[in-house]
Design a protein around this ligand. Sequence first.
Ligand SMILES: [Zn+2]
Length: 68
Amino acid sequence: MQSRIDMESTCEHEDGSPCHCSAERLLRLSGVIESSYLFAKHSEVEIHHEGDVYRLRVTRNGKLILNK
Ligand SMILES: [Zn+2]
């Protein structure tokens, strides 16, 4: 199985949005997501799961905490 993923590759998007295709491909193929992708702009992200909102955030110590 080919599992090597080129994280450096980018592509042109018609709407000019930043390219996250490689990160999304990695998640789909491997179930892996880089935290730098989640926390590129914010130190906290919302995860919507079965009608509930969870918050995944980076602590001052650089660890991750998931709160409901
Ligand atoms: Zn792209």
